[in-house]
Design a protein. Structure first.
Length: 161
């Protein structure tokens, strides 16, 4: 029996190496554009499921090298605002991660962060998605076929609740 989670974990270093190699210039360009635009003093990452796991791992790595970084589930950002009254402001860079780019809770977190004047740099596999379109900048992760993402729908009674 194949352990798909272990398989995905083992694939991550190669995937990240390829993403950075193929998109290095774009990543630098986007990072410099945001740096010039704002005085970023902290980074907040968010995502659901595997994307939240990526956020938590990135939080640990960034803090290890001295970036003030926090990772939270998106619902905490959009629904429990009292916890973030002094964390989300014009000096914060929000990095939402979403494979589909359509996750409702991630979109809510982006909207809340925008209302607090945060800069938004999303990472998504779907450049046509609401996550990418509602961000100041986005990085196209290219880890899933775009055709498969366009058929995924989060519309419906249950997801909207």
């Amino acid at each position: 029996m194949t352990d798909h989670m272990l398989q995905e974990i083992n694939e991550q270093p190669l995937y990240l190496r390829n993403l950075i190699t193929q998109s290095k210039e774009t990543i630098y360009e986007v990072a410099n554009k945001l740096k010039d635009k704002r005085n970023v003093q902290r980074i907040v990452l968010t995502g659901c499921g595997d994307s939240l796991c990526a956020s938590l791992t990135t939080e640990a790595a960034f803090n290890k090298v001295g970036f003030s970084t926090f990772a939270f589930p998106p619902m905490e950002i959009s629904r429990y605002r009292y916890r973030f009254h002094d964390l989300l402001d014009e000096n914060t860079l929000l990095i939402p991660i979403s494979v589909s780019g359509k996750t409702p809770r991630v979109i809510e977190a982006i909207n809340d962060a925008k209302s607090r004047k945060c800069s938004i740099l999303s990472i998504t596999n779907n450049p046509e998605s609401p996550v990418a379109q509602n961000s100041d900048e986005f990085i196209y992760a290219k880890s899933s076929k775009i055709e498969s993402l366009q058929t995924t729908s989060y519309d419906g009674e249950v997801s909207s609740q």
